[in-house]
Design a protein around this ligand. Structure first.
Ligand SMILES: [Zn+2]
Length: 253
């Protein structure tokens, strides 16, 4: 295990793809949603499933409140975000696939960011009667400010101005289907890369757990950078345990 090894892998690579998880955001001060002090200690996650959202105006109002809390304390990108943006600007990195919803990769200057769990920037129409966790919206999309303007004007449960459907933050809720477009883009990126960096993810759940294996199967070198060991460690080429920002800022400069 050495940072010099990572530096040399990055040097030799021509098509790097990064996959980032919650561990990347925690260094910017965003607590993992489930950890002490995290959002879920103040809100009950059982209230925020996709189905509950459709059923209850109260759940919708609570989730706007939670979103406002989250956006009021927007943190700054950290060394990991900056290192990845730098690699992209040098033409070494083809894209970032992220489970994070916080926009920090874009804030750092990354351009090709695939958000498999959605994002907190936008709200979208999910239609009047989505089935099986699959949004069925009309395509209406707005910045979050639109909702907060509606709410402060007294419209506490805003609906889509185009079709009358429900509107919801463009993040993926519990019980909501993963979006097929971003998933497809992510697997294409992974298949074409020659170096996959899996950063700040415990790689425990689908599709995260699958990505390093897919990259290996497609012939890429795979590196895991995470605070703790993961179950995928035995299957990859290099594992670096520690603070991702520290490791990447030393390997990329
Ligand atoms: Zn609509």
């Amino acid at each position: 295990m050495s940072i010099a090894e990572l530096t040399s892998l990055i040097h030799d690579a021509r098509n790097i793809v990064a996959f980032t998880g919650a561990g990347v955001s925690t260094e910017s001060g965003i607590p993992d949603f489930r950890s002490p002090g995290g959002v879920w200690t103040r809100y009950d996650p059982r209230d925020f499933t996709f189905d509950r959202y459709l059923e209850s105006a109260e759940v919708r109002q609570n989730s706007w409140k939670m979103r406002e809390d989250f956006l009021a304390h927007m943190p700054q990108p950290n060394r990991t975000h900056h290192a990845l943006a730098l690699l992209e600007s040098r033409g070494k990195l083809n894209g970032v696939i992220t489970q994070n919803i916080d926009d920090l990769h874009q804030d750092a200057g990354s351009r090709n960011v695939i958000e498999i769990h959605g994002n907190v920037r936008d709200v979208t129409c999910i239609g009047t009667a989505p089935r099986n966790g699959v949004p069925a919206g009309c395509g209406f999309i707005e910045r979050h400010e639109w909702v907060f303007e509606q709410i402060s004007a007294g419209n506490l449960d805003p609906i889509c101005p185009t079709c009358g459907g429900f509107v919801k933050t463009a993040t993926i809720s519990f019980g909501q289907a993963m979006p097929s477009g971003p998933m497809l883009e992510a697997s294409q990126l992974v298949e074409e890369c020659d170096l996959l960096l899996a950063i700040g993810s415990s790689l425990e759940v689908f599709p995260a757990a699958q990505l390093p294996l897919d990259a290996k199967a497609a012939g890429a070198v795979v590196v895991i950078i995470n605070r703790d060991p993961t179950d995928m460690d035995p299957f990859v080429d290099l594992v670096l345990n520690g603070e991702a920002g520290e490791i990447l800022s030393r390997a990329v400069h």
